[in-house]
Design a protein around this ligand. Sequence first.
Ligand SMILES: [Zn+2]
Ligand SMILES: [Zn+2]
Length: 193
Amino acid sequence: MIEVALKCSCGQVEGTAHNISPQTGLRLVCHCDDCQAFANYLGREADILDACGGTDVFQTTPSQIEITKGHDQLRCVRLGPKGLFRWYTDCCKTPVANTINASLPFSGIVHNFMDDKGLRDNNLGPVRFSVMGKFAKDGSPLPRDTHDTFPLSIMLIAIPRMIKNKILGRHKPSPFFDKTGAPVCEPVIHTKD
Ligand SMILES: [Zn+2]
Ligand SMILES: [Zn+2]
């Protein structure tokens, strides 16, 4: 288990991801249109998305994420009224993490926010799943094991883990939701187009 430094591109927002290992999270690359729209919204497609339009995300729990500096720069966008709560920094539009709601122990940390250059494979393990390939852009060839959609095999890992983390109370404390479950800043609702 290691601690991974978290940092936005300009350094105004910093934090730490605690107890990180390939076993305490799930690393995947998502090519979905929602993740692509988020990168587009931030104006940083070039360094968020890979050549196929994929985003490298490490799914872990909110209680493992601590923001130590620059809380006032956190912003949230939802792509549609029922969309994920997608967190980013206002200062330099760095994507931070994607969450579902306050009560689920789920936070997908976007790679740009992890200060782990050169150590990522070591810290998180290799990419376990490449998903939502039906939305991939024509770029370099997709990894051969890319799933068209979000496969059941992930759910078979993620759901038991989510239940365990819920029992252990790892949905809080959260840097994204306060004690009442309200988001720490009002999400902007944006349409995908
Ligand atoms: Zn910044
Ligand atoms: Zn996605």
